[in-house]
Design a protein around this ligand. Structure first.
Ligand SMILES: [Zn+2]
Length: 327
């Protein structure tokens, strides 16, 4: 563990500045939030966030390893870099969250429940991210790194937040492919996630990256994360390096068709607990019911994503997705 992660997880952290090799300076902006300065002002601005869900440890280890090598002078930094260990309390507890799922509280949703610890943190992270990107002069990039609760037909996939009038970036999709991302979900409506917030309100190219299955610290096979690790290191050290063009046929795209909303405690999901993300739903299959509401699969090409019947009523208990193409 680097001293960055140790500091991020300290019970009562102070906000020091640390001088690093190669003329870099690390500034703690808030608990778990460290900005590395030293690259030219007109460099790309990169926000790496991890631990929005505290039990998703592999991305924390990947980001920590990058910080470790930057601090040891083994990795050059030619971007402005903000690293956010998003939910230190949940990381310490080895829990997804303490009081409420933080990735449902961005985009201002925290204002409806200001008493929650995760709401206060989400508000703080929005302010920090907005400040960081406000000073950006070149590309604005945000990768919010996660692992999923369950297995997946596509082990590594990205969620591309809804862009409103903006168009999807083929260059970013090509970069994701270089990371080993195997599929991309193109969201078709706003969401209260960190990546939607920075996409919509900071004009960042922002993505939620699901990089495998969540395991406790020390039980991750970091070789399975080599693709994202190497791609991030290359981005930070040589941001202008050429990227192989997008090989569209080998990167399937999906779009969210509708959310399975759990309206009441009588919500019943008709899928096995072990069902993997992106499992195909046969035409006519009853996916879930909830009182008089029935969710039935249509067409045979739909797939299930993030099924979780245990969420609180009023929240999304899964997403039904279908194949998509770029505009
Ligand atoms: Zn997550």
């Amino acid at each position: 563990m680097s001293r960055f992660l140790q500091h991020a997880l300290a019970a009562n952290p102070t906000h020091p500045s640390w001088n690093l090799p190669n003329g870099l300076c690390a500034r703690w902006l808030a608990p778990g939030c460290v900005q590395l300065d030293g690259a030219p002002d007109d460099a790309d601005s990169v926000l790496l966030s991890c631990g929005v869900h505290g039990n998703e440890t592999a991305p924390i280890e990947v980001v920590d390893g990058i910080l470790y090598d930057l601090a040891a002078g083994r990795l050059a930094l030619n971007c402005r870099l903000l690293v956010i260990f998003a939910n230190p309390q949940a990381i310490r507890d080895g829990a997804r969250y303490s009081q409420y799922d933080m990735n449902r509280l961005f985009n201002g949703a925290h204002r409806a429940q200001p008493e929650l610890a995760e709401s206060q943190r989400a508000a703080q992270l929005e302010t920090l991210a907005a400040g960081f990107f406000h000073a950006a002069r070149k590309r604005r990039l945000h990768y919010d790194l996660h692992t999923a609760i369950r297995g997946s037909v596509f082990e590594k996939f990205a969620i591309y937040p809804y862009l409103h009038e903006r168009s999807h970036s083929r260059e970013q999709l090509a970069w994701l492919q270089q990371c080993g991302i195997e599929a991309v979900l193109l969201h078709s409506q706003p969401a209260n996630t960190f990546s939607y917030f920075t996409s919509r309100h900071c004009a960042a190219d922002a993505f939620t990256l699901e990089l495998g299955k969540a395991r406790p610290f020390g039980q991750n096979d970091l070789a399975r994360f080599a693709g994202i690790d190497q791609a991030l290191r290359k981005l930070l050290s040589t941001p202008d390096a050429a990227i192989a063009p997008l090989d569209a046929p080998s990167l399937p795209l999906f779009r969210a068709k509708y959310d399975l909303v759990k309206h009441s405690e009588s919500f019943c999901l008709h899928l096995a607990d072990s069902v993997e993300n992106f499992t195909e739903l046969p035409d006519g299959m009853l996916i879930a019911d909830d009182g008089d509401t029935r969710y039935v699969a249509a067409g045979g090409a739909e797939r299930i994503l993030f099924p979780n019947p245990k969420v609180k009523p009023g929240l999304r208990a899964g997403i039904v997705v279908e194949p998509a193409t770029l505009d």
